[in-house]
Each structure stands twice: as structure tokens, then as C-alpha cells.
Design a binder for this molecule. Structure first.
Ligand code: 4FM
Length: 459
């Protein structure tokens, strides 16, 4: 559960503002918690005052340091919790910052009022100064609510299965395409014909074209980033089998280009904290690594020398893999009929059949709506899913059902789901998993020539 503590003089404003709709429901389900803290409860002034006039003169009142500091102490108990002060003087808030903040377990948001807060308490408690835009509000509460809303909807489970935020087109650096619902004609305006055609490829193409046109006209800054990304995807496509992981990360709108060096590049998969580095020489690799964030959890690389460079930086190999990709556009036949998306309730069935998977990670993937299970009657006999970084995996079939094509059906099912979204399915298999290797060949996936290494920094 992610907790938002809000230090404010108007706690009822926060409580009421976030009680309704999706955020309110998420709080009821204990996926998030909003904790409004009244700063006035912490004043030591006999008359309950929290403000005073500014030294040096000037108009208005300032919030005093003591009540703010004690309210903060009461919430943090001396623990180091990221503390945001919402102010027009802060760093501009955007989707990238929202994604970064969504990784925290707990946040404190400090809301000011009057003409400001005594600078000394800001020096003591604030870790991030954040602005939601170039305008002045009467207090920080609305800005804090904006930030909580944008961060909370990225917490797994808040949007519910299927509507995961990871698919959003905003991440593609493109604005949304126009949308239409019934009736077909309204005030003489018809719904564009292509949307009634049932031709999903044509619809996808039309929507992309509309999104591009809009972005080019309204947000040339975003469009420039989009074009840079498409250029990199184009270059990588000359070595598609070996670079599909980076191409897909970018094409799915989940990647951030950290650095480009000739034919090489470093791309950060935001959601999973994975850095993917394509380097054709150690020199290039060393240069690209300087652009990778300090807090990178994992690296995915495909050259021995990259392992050496990362070893020096404290990262250790956790897996050696072959990479496979499915290049056709046609869906695969699925023989096993009872396959469906799993929810978190399925987690209770999983330890009974499988102890090879990391439970916390599986739960996270279940919440993200990325796991699919094969059933026989009420019994879950196998599952597969999509990793946080985008590859197909976590394939498991319970021992007494192996050799029945359940694994093939599960993987085919996941491949088909990715194809529906216009993705190119790919995955990694450890060379020791012979059955899984054979399955890739049987399903018609191509194997990349490179060997892939996953590296992680031990805690
Ligand atoms: C902030 C008023 C502090 C008084 C505000 C104090 C704002 C913004 C904003 C108003 N915050 N982005 N724009 N805050 O206007 O974040 Cl003491």
C-alpha cells in the first residue's frame, strides 16, 4: 500500500477532494492511503496561531517553522521519507516525475498558505520542490491533490486490471487521438468511417496518424522526441533479432532514450527500472553507462565486455539467456480453451503448484494484469505472463499436466494478446530449459544470435 501524508491547514479539503471516484475507491480497497495532517494541531502557541509577520517587512503573513516541523516529525518519526513542497518555485511536475514518485512506499506533501513558509523549516524537511505549473494558487492543497491523483493512478491495482497505465499513449510522446461513441451522427457530424470498419490494423493506423498530426500541430516539442525515438527504432531494426527488446521498449512507449552513440544506445525501461544497453565496443559501452541512472536496478546487455564494465560497478549476473521473437502478424492457434487473465486472488493457488517463482514479483505482475492462467475445471494447472520489462515469461505448467500442450497454448495465448496491441512478442529463455527452447522453435519464434545477460546489484 502506498501512503500519502498531507501536512496542511485545511485537512478537510484533502479528505473531501480525494474521497470520490477512482482514488476514493483505491483508498477503500487499501491500495493507497491518504492521511491529511492538520498542522494547527502541532502549534505550541497558546492561542493556536501558526502564522506571523515577515522579518524585514512586507505584506501578509508567513507560516511559522515550529508547527510545520513538529507535524512533519509526528508523521515521519525520524524516518527518511521523501517530502514534497508544492510551490510555483519548484521543478515542473510531469508524467516522468509521477512514475518516479509512484515507486515510493510513502510520501509527505507539505501545503503552504498565506505568503509562504519560514525558509528554515523547508531547509530541514523538504527533499523535493515541485510545481504543477506557472500560475499561483491560494494554497498548496489543490497542487498536492493533483500530484496525488497522478501518482496514485500509477500504483498497481488502482486502475484495475486491463486498464493499466503502462499502455498510455502519453508515454509515446504523442497526444491522444480523437474518440467517438454513439450516436453515429450527431449535429450533422459523422463518426470517421474507418472506426466502423472492424479492420483493427486500419483503425490502429488511422489513430496513429491522427495522434501524429495533432502532436505536430499542438506540441512540436513532444513531436521532436517522438521522431528521435522512431529514428532510433529504425536504426535498431537493421539487427532486429538482437535488438527487439530495445525496439519494443521504445515502440510500446515504455522507454526513455538515455544516450545515443552512433549505432549504439542506452534505453531506460521506466516502469521496471531496467537499463538496456546496446554497445558495439567497450569504449562505447563505457560512455553509454555514464548516462544510466545511479539507481538502475537491473541491466540487460548482450556483450561479454558489458558484463565486465558492470561488474566493476557492482552488478552481478543473475541470468544468461537466449532471446526469441515472433515476427509474424497472424495469431497462433490456442488448443487449450480455458485460459484467462489472472487476478490477485489466483496468488493463493500459485504456491501450491510452483515454488520456483518470486511471489512478490508474481503478485506485482498479477496486479498489473499481465498474468494468464490455464484451468482444468477449477484448477489452475499453469500460467504465463509478460515481465515488467516487456518480455514474455514466467511460463510454468504443473508437473502432472506437462506434455499436453498446455505450455504451448499459454505462450500462444500471451503472444496473441501482445499482437492485438500491435506489439512484437519476444522473450528470454535460459539455455538449460530445454523444453522451453524446443517450444520457441515449435511456435515459430526466431532465435537471436547474441547471448543476453541480466545483471543486478546485490542489496
Ligand atoms: C504555495 C500558495 C505555497 C502559498 C501556494 C504557499 C503551486 C503551483 C501553487 C500556491 N504549487 N504548483 N503552481 N501553490 O501555486 O505547485 Cl505558502
Amino acid at each position: 500500500m502506498m501512503k500519502f501524508h498531507v501536512l496542511t491547514l485545511f485537512p478537510e479539503m484533502i479528505a473531501q477532494g480525494l474521497a470520490a471516484s477512482i482514488i476514493g475507491r483505491a483508498a477503500e480497497k487499501n491500495i493507497i492511503a491518504v492521511d491529511p495532517v492538520n498542522i494547527r494541531n502541532y502549534t505550541t502557541d497558546r492561542h493556536g496561531r501558526v502564522d506571523d509577520t515577515p522579518y524585514g517587512g512586507g505584506a501578509g503573513m508567513l507560516m511559522q517553522a515550529q508547527p510545520v516541523y513538529d507535524a512533519h516529525r509526528a508523521v515521519s518519526g525520524g524516518r527518511k521519507i521523501r517530502t514534497l513542497y508544492v510551490t510555483p518555485q519548484g521543478r515542473p511536475f510531469d508524467q516522468k516525475m509521477a512514475a518516479e514518485l509512484a515507486k515510493e512506499e510513502e510520501l509527505i506533501l507539505l501545503c503552504g498558505h498565506y505568503e509562504g513558509i519560514d525558509e528554515r523549516v523547508l531547509n530541514e524537511v523538504v527533499t523535493d520542490f515541485v510545481s504543477i505549473g506557472d500560475y499561483v494558487l491560494t494554497g498548496g492543497e489543490l497542487a498536492a491533490m493533483v500530484i496525488i491523483d497522478a501518482v496514485a493512478r500509477l500504483v498497481p491495482g488502482v486502475l484495475g486490471n486491463g486498464t493499466s497505465a503502462e499502455e498510455e499513449s502519453f508515454y509515446n510522446d504523442l497526444l491522444e487521438y480523437p474518440q467517438y461513441t454513439r450516436p453515429e451522427v450527431w449535429q450533422g457530424q459523422s463518426v470517421p468511417k474507418v472506426l466502423l470498419s472492424g479492420d483493427h490494423a486500419a483503425i490502429r493506423e488511422w489513430r496513429l496518424e491522427q495522434a501524429k498530426e495533432r502532436t505536430k500541430a499542438l506540441r512540436p516539442d513532444l513531436y521532436g522526441r517522438y521522431e528521435e525515438r522512431q529514428r532510433l527504432i529504425g536504426r535498431l531494426s537493421r539487427d532486429k533479432r538482437n535488438q527487439i527488446h530495445i525496439m519494443e521498449c521504445l515502440a510500446r512507449g515504455q522507454g526513455e532514450i538515455l544516450q545515443i552513440a552512433g549505432e549504439d544506445a542506452a534505453v531506460y525501461h521506466r516502469e521496471s527500472g531496467v537499463c538496456m544497453v546496446k554497445a558495439s565496443s567497450a569504449e562505447s559501452g563505457r560512455y553509454l553507462l555514464t548516462a544510466c541512472p545511479e539507481e538502475t536496478k537491473r541491466y540487460l546487455v548482450s556483450r561479454d565486455f558489458m558484463c565486465g564494465l558492470l561488474w566493476e560497478r557492482g552488478y552481478r549476473e543473475i541470468a544468461v539467456c537466449r532471446q526469441f521473437l515472433y515476427t509474424r502478424k497472424v495469431p497462433l492457434p490456442v488448443r487449450h480453451k480455458d485460459i484467462r487473465q489472472l487476478d490477485t486472488e489466483s496468488l493463493s493457488c500459485i504456491p501450491a503448484i510452483c515454488d520456483t517463482q518470486n511471489r512478490a514479483y508474481l503478485e506485482e505482475r498479477l496486479r498489473a494484469g499481465s498474468m494468464y492462467g490455464a484451468f482444468v475445471g477449477d484448477r489452475l494447472v499453469g500460467f504465463a505472463g509478460v515481465h515488467a520489462a516487456g518480455g514474455i515469461g514466467m511460463l510454468y505448467v504443473s508437473e502432472d499436466f506437462r506434455g499436453n500442450g498446455v505450455g504451448a497454448s499459454l505462450e500462444s495465448y500471451v503472444i496473441n494478446r501482445l499482437l492485438e496491441r500491435g506489439y512484437t512478442p519476444y522473450g528470454h529463455v535460459a539455455p538449460c530449459r530445454e523444453a522451453a527452447l524446443r517450444l520457441q522453435e515449435k511456435l515459430g519464434l526466431y532465435q537471436a544470435g547474441d547471448t543476453f545477460y541480466w545483471l543486478e546489484k546485490p542489496e
